[in-house]
Design a protein around this ligand. Structure first.
Ligand code: C2G
Length: 457
């Protein structure tokens, strides 16, 4: 019996794929088809795959052409498979001509003409989504750049969240918006976009109070729109795998979660002078609420703001992270914004504790440590661009290291998830509403001075 093997992603299965399978099948008596796993595709840069590996395997099965279907999940697996299944012929499309000649050492290698005029990319691009960008900053520019890597997404020019006319005109041209303005404007901008029938991806925090957050998610549900919180860390494979391992008991009972996020220089662009708690807070809070839940029994917030000399608490007129006029700045005749340069939040949950330290204009080790009764998880700085973590034990011989590809800063994965959510795949949203609400709640408590103590200048 002559065995033939071929591999592919087979996303949105089309006649180009089917013709390849038919011709491969004709080369022997038994055809094995390797379908790439979601993770393997991500690791090799194919981040736009719409269907899961199981959907893609099922579509291949339905063709009736495969005698056996396997999952391809790691680099180099082709050699293992050729030996394991005693394959006579390896087949792939001509777009790969020459790339797999090294397999000639193990079996016959055949490249078949690729079918012109059809590709999964074209099919994905066919349903293009126009994404308006609201907010003018280097962060928004990054999103515009990253959108290029996302099939089926067209990022329009950024407009300022302060210019109502610009925002209105943008809303008339797009299908969805990405909002990254100042925290105090997110609620009104998100509400405006939802009322205009647009899907929304909003950089965290979604809003500055629990109530506003709840209201926005309810409005999105009522209008059958997607409202997704943007926090790129949540969309990195490494962070997602870390959470799964922890939930699976990898380090025993979790006793504490400790996250640190700092950056030396405050944001240059005036519109984006967010304070530490609004800028870094959501990122640092993400692992706390994702791992320990959102029912903290008590918390303590200690903060240092630039105008710490005044006897005001953080609450008086000082929205969380919001630039608040302090002394007139005689140079520009504008209010000089102040913000919290450093904030520490300590939490007590029923069965664990947590701490987050965030700072802008100060530095510390930006690591994430999750401590457990059998070991601990260590994510080195900058932990929020998660591509590596280690599970460490008393017996260091048992330590395990995990690495997952993270292209750019991970923004593109967030955009792919948003596109999938808009397309109806709600499971693509990695931040549950209760976590979004809990993050907004910390912004609210900070602004209201609840559990807040200010450091002297
Ligand atoms: N194909 C084709 N004609 C097209 C599109 C794809 O003949 N119009 C072929 C490809 O050459 C490949 C197979 O169909 O042999 C599957 O294509 P993809 O799903 O795009 O898979 P690919 O990323 O090419 O991965 O380890 C996986 C292999 O490297 C193939």
């Amino acid at each position: 019996m002559k065995k033939v093997i071929t591999y592919g992603t087979f996303d949105l299965l089309h006649y180009g794929h089917i013709r390849l399978l038919e011709r491969a099948k004709a080369l022997g008596d038994y055809l094995i088809v390797g379908v790439t796993s979601d993770e393997f595709d991500k690791a090799r840069g194919k981040i736009n795959v719409r269907e899961s590996v199981y959907e893609r395997m099922e579509n291949v099965r339905k063709t009736g052409l495969a005698d056996e279907i396997i999952i391809e999940s790691y680099e180099g697996q082709k050699i293992d498979d050729i030996k394991k299944y005693d394959v006579d012929t390896f087949v792939l499309g001509s777009d790969w001509a020459g790339k797999f000649d090294y397999l000639k050492e193990y079996c016959e290698v055949v490249y078949l003409d690729r079918t012109e005029g059809i590709s999964s990319t074209d099919l994905r691009d066919h349903t293009s989504l126009k994404l308006g960008l609201i907010g003018k900053s280097s962060n928004v520019d990054k999103v515009k750049h990253e959108a290029v890597y996302v099939d089926g997404l067209e990022a329009l020019r950024p407009v300022s969240g302060n210019d109502a006319g610009e925002v209105d005109s943008l809303l008339s041209e797009c299908d969805a918006v990405y909002v990254y303005s100042v925290p105090g404007k997110h609620y009104e901008l998100v509400k405006k976009a939802l009322n205009a029938g647009k899907h929304v991806l909003v950089e965290s925090p979604v809003a500055e109070t629990r109530e506003e957050c709840r209201e926005l998610f309810a409005l999105a549900k009522e209008k059958n729109l997607t409202l997704m919180e943007g926090l790129k860390t949540a969309y990195s494979t490494a962070f997602q795998r870390l959470l799964l391992l922890l939930k699976g008991g990898k380090i025993g009972r979790i006793v504490s979660v400790d996250a640190v996020c700092t950056s030396q220089k405050p944001a240059a662009d005036e519109e984006m002078r967010w304070g530490s708690i609004a800028d870094w807070g959501p990122t640092a809070l993400l692992p706390v609420f994702s791992i320990l839940g959102t029912d903290c029994r008590e918390k303590r917030i200690v903060t240092w703001t630039e105008d710490a000399g005044s006897d005001k608490t953080a609450a008086e007129g000082d929205k969380a992270g919001q630039a608040k006029p302090a002394a007139e700045d005689e140079k520009h005749g504008q209010a000089k914004p102040v913000f919290d340069r450093y904030t520490k939040v300590d939490f007590r949950f029923d069965r664990a504790v947590a701490s987050v330290q965030v700072g802008k204009g100060m530095k510390s080790e930006g690591e994430l440590v999750i401590s457990g009764t059998e070991g601990y998880a260590y994510v080195p700085a900058p932990w929020w661009k998660t591509d590596f973590f280690e599970i460490r034990y008393e017996n260091t011989d048992e330590n395990q290291r995990y690495f997952y590809q993270l292209e750019g800063e991970g923004i593109r994965y967030e955009l792919v998830a948003f596109l999938q959510a808009v397309g109806g795949k709600a499971s693509a949203v990695e931040i549950p509403e209760n976590v979004s609400e809990a993050i907004a709640g910390i912004m609210e408590d900070y602004a209201e001075g609840r559990d807040v103590t200010k450091l002297a200048d």
